[in-house]
Design a protein around this ligand. Structure first.
Ligand SMILES: NC(=O)c1ccc[n+]([C@@H]2O[C@H](COP(=O)([O-])OP(=O)(O)OC[C@H]3O[C@@H](n4cnc5c(N)ncnc54)[C@H](O)[C@@H]3O)[C@@H](O)[C@H]2O)c1
Length: 255
């Protein structure tokens, strides 16, 4: 049991990658504090994990609210006595060039993708210090380091998450808190599938076409990304801090 008794906070736990993270950490003995905006899906994820014997708590809410972010960490402390691992996995992807990006799209992307990561890290780090260390894995994107086309709010927010990760990686290392980020390319989750639907495309066909653009032959499944996040959170990555790890199947950003 790689994460026996470790307290793991997971945001976006009802989403594509988040559900897999919750399942995989539960299978390795972790105690879970789960977060998502979608209350009903979050409850069903938590209940199904409880049935396997995992210790799970959850708090549904909106990451746009600083109070909710702070409550989430406080709740983990009340329920489990602290936090060992924070996985800032939740995210949204508004689509648009700068001229198509409304104030609302911009501020929502910054709030969910960046500001919540700041609030959660700021609340969790003192708690981790009290335990003598911890690990944070943020989810950025290759589109944060090499911008993809016509997603200016998303790419900017994810680029800032990469920069925040490197800053915290440097500053928190003396406290034995390792902060890293994963930077995936396309993943087969509701995020990408609903994006295709909104554009009037059949998700199956669109993913089939996307698979052909990846040198490894397919876009990532949620498990491909969850495994890298687990590695970065684990003791096997004990000397990795302040890194942004690209997980792309060798596909460059283009277009
Ligand atoms: N899917 C991709 O192609 C892809 C590529 C690169 C990076 N990513 C990143 O991976 C992470 C996981 O994405 P996914 O593909 O599993 O997406 P997803 O849409 O399946 O899941 C995201 C989850 O975040 C939750 N969420 C959204 N807004 C929220 C808010 N305001 N408050 C609380 N929760 C909120 C949603 O309810 C959802 O359950 C995200 O950070 C995303 O940006 C995804």
């Amino acid at each position: 049991m790689q994460f026996e008794q470790k307290v793991v906070v997971i945001t976006g736990a009802a989403g594509g990658v988040g559900q897999v993270l919750a399942r995989q950490f539960a299978a390795q003995g972790a105690r879970l504090m789960l977060s998502d905006l979608n209350h009903d899906s979050l409850v069903s994820v938590a209940e199904s994990l409880r049935e396997t014997g995992c210790e799970v708590s959850y708090l549904a809410g909106n990451l746009r609210e600083r109070n909710y972010c702070e409550q989430l960490i406080a709740h983990a402390v009340t329920e489990f006595g602290g936090v060992d691992i924070l996985l800032n996995n939740a995210g949204i992807i508004p689509r648009g060039t700068i001229e198509e990006t409304t104030d609302d799209m911009w501020f929502t992307a910054m709030d969910v993708n960046l500001n919540a990561v700041f609030f959660l890290c700021r609340a969790a780090i003192p708690v981790m210090k009290q335990r003598g260390g911890g690990a944070i894995v943020n989810t950025s994107s290759v589109w944060g380091t090499y911008p993809g086309p016509a997603h200016v709010a998303y790419c900017t927010s994810k680029g800032a998450v990469a920069a925040l990760t490197k800053n915290l990686g440097r500053d928190c290392a003396p406290d034995q808190i390792r902060v890293n980020a994963v930077c995936p390319h396309e993943i087969n989750t509701p995020m990408i599938r609903t994006g295709f639907e909104r554009r009037g495309l059949d998700p199956e066909q669109a993913i089939e076409a996307l698979n052909k653009t990846v040198p490894l032959g397919r876009i990532a499944e949620p498990e491909d990304i969850a495994d890298v996040i687990m590695f970065l959170a684990s003791d096997q990555a004990r000397y990795i801090a302040g890194e942004t790890v690209e997980v792309t199947g060798a596909k460059p950003v283009s277009g």
